[in-house]
Design a protein around this ligand. Structure first.
Ligand code: FES
Length: 107
């Protein structure tokens, strides 16, 4: 199991156990974490899975993938240096304890 904490816009936190190999988006949707929609199912075509990777986890989460930046620009939430599409972050043991912050709105 890989622990992921989603910090909602109001500061509340939801901590869940994810499976290695699943994405941060899928983990949230499968466990009814509010604030991640994942409308396109992870095909990188909607940007409703926008998250802000906590500063402490930026290196472990890795770089944005090709095309991710363009899709982030299409979303409703402000794009920041730590913005990622959560459907493009795959859980691994190195991400155990990952913290991501959620925007106020996704659509
Ligand atoms: S779920 Fe659509 S871009 Fe991530």
């Amino acid at each position: 199991m890989v622990k992921v904490t989603y910090v909602h816009h109001d500061g509340t936190r939801t901590e869940v156990d994810g499976k290695e190999g699943d994405t941060v988006m899928h983990t949230a949707v499968a466990q009814d974490v509010e604030g991640i929609v994942g409308e396109c199912g992870g095909a990188m075509m909607c940007a409703t899975c926008h998250c802000y990777v906590d500063d402490e986890w930026l290196d472990a989460a890795g770089e944005r993938r090709d095309g991710e930046e363009d899709m982030l620009d299409c979303g409703a939430a402000e794009v920041k240096p730590n913005s990622r599409l959560s459907c493009q972050i795959r859980l691994s043991p190195a991400l155990d304890g990952l913290v991501v912050h959620l925007p106020e709105e996704q659509m």
